[in-house]
Design a protein around this ligand. Structure first.
Ligand SMILES: [Zn+2]
Length: 326
């Protein structure tokens, strides 16, 4: 079983400290790191991890684009629009950084693909790890609702994308104008249209990434069914090498056994076409729960586990993992 972790950019760390961190991971049995951060950071730090014997995939925020001021200034029309007609650029849902591009626009697909291909030119990177490749959360996990003072119901301000491109495309395909329908939000064709907008984007990226002989993986919401309903992310239909469902059980008010059950569902839904690894959330997780989460993951038959985030991994975690894996 392969062991992965998500590594955040940290400007306070020196090259020597990165070397220590990667050595700690390598000695702890890790195989691959998902290295996040801007391209300059990845260029500088990825070779250090590779030297130590780790595989590195670039961790890439796909449709959530909150740090490209040029795009925000020059292409405000690329950002998605809620059922209330508000752009996520000017009225981001939930939190300020929730600025999302609309995957229905060919220019957006090109922009994202070009950015990925630039990163893949870095020699020490073996692939791209997509994150935030979805629409904003139509429904939040049950355990997070209280943070926003929300109920588990439909809110039009969290329902995307009602931009002009989506409207025109859907009208052409079905003859239905989403703007003149009073209850389009629950329509099956409209649901499928939005799943497809993300599927088409990922599969386009995948084609280009594979032409470069690089891997493509993704961090996704738990189970394709849940992901489709919550964030329009039907990842079982993506052409990717590996999926890392984020089985953050506390967010869903679930016990660790839910992790194993969800993984079994993921494996069944993808028919062996996508390698499945369990994404585990370390903050606030007791060591005994970590041990259980590992056991349930291994018993489900997954190809790997990935721990989030790498700076929360302790020697104790590594000890627990050794006893279970052996
Ligand atoms: Zn749109």
């Amino acid at each position: 079983m392969k062991i992965y972790t998500w590594v955040h950019e940290d400007k306070t760390k020196s090259k020597e400290q990165w070397k220590d961190h990667f050595s700690f991971l390598k000695e702890g049995g890790f195989d691959t790191v998902f290295l996040g951060g801007n391209i300059e950071f990845i260029k500088e730090i990825a070779p250090i991890a590779k030297e130590i014997g780790l595989e590195i995939q670039a961790w890439f925020w796909t449709l959530n684009v909150n740090n490209d001021e040029l795009v925000q200034k020059e292409h405000p029309e690329w950002f998605n629009v809620s059922r209330l007609g508000q752009s996520s650029l000017t009225d981001p849902p939930y939190v300020d950084y929730y600025k999302w591009l609309c995957p229905s626009r060919p220019e957006v697909t090109e922009y994202i693909t070009e950015n990925i291909l630039k990163i893949l030119e870095i020699d020490s990177i073996s692939g791209i790890h997509l994150d935030y490749v979805r629409h904003p959360d139509q429904y939040l996990p049950e355990g997070l609702l209280k943070n926003y003072d929300l109920e588990d119901i439909y809110y039009p301000e969290f329902d995307f994308c009602y931009c002009e491109t989506c409207r025109e495309k859907f009208l052409k395909e079905t003859g239905i104008d989403i703007k003149s329908e009073s209850h389009i939000e629950h329509d099956d064709d409209w649901f499928e249209f939005r799943l497809r907008s993300v599927i088409d984007l990922v599969n386009h990226i995948s084609e280009k990434v594979r032409e470069k002989n690089k891997k493509i993986t993704a961090a996704v919401f738990p189970t394709p069914d849940m992901a489709s309903i919550m964030v329009r992310q039907d990842w079982a239909r993506w052409n990717i090498d590996g999926a890392f469902p984020m089985l953050y059980n506390k967010f869903y008010n679930e016990d660790t056994i839910w992790i194993g059950d969800s993984l079994e569902e993921c494996i069944e839904d993808t028919n062996g076409e996508i390698s499945i690894s369990a994404g585990l959330y370390l903050p606030e997780m007791k060591l005994s729960d970590f041990a259980d989460a590992l056991k349930y993951s291994i018993n489900s038959g997954v190809a790997g586990i990935s721990l989030f985030p790498s700076d929360k991994i302790t020697k104790e975690h590594l000890e627990v993992r050794k006893t279970i894996n052996n």
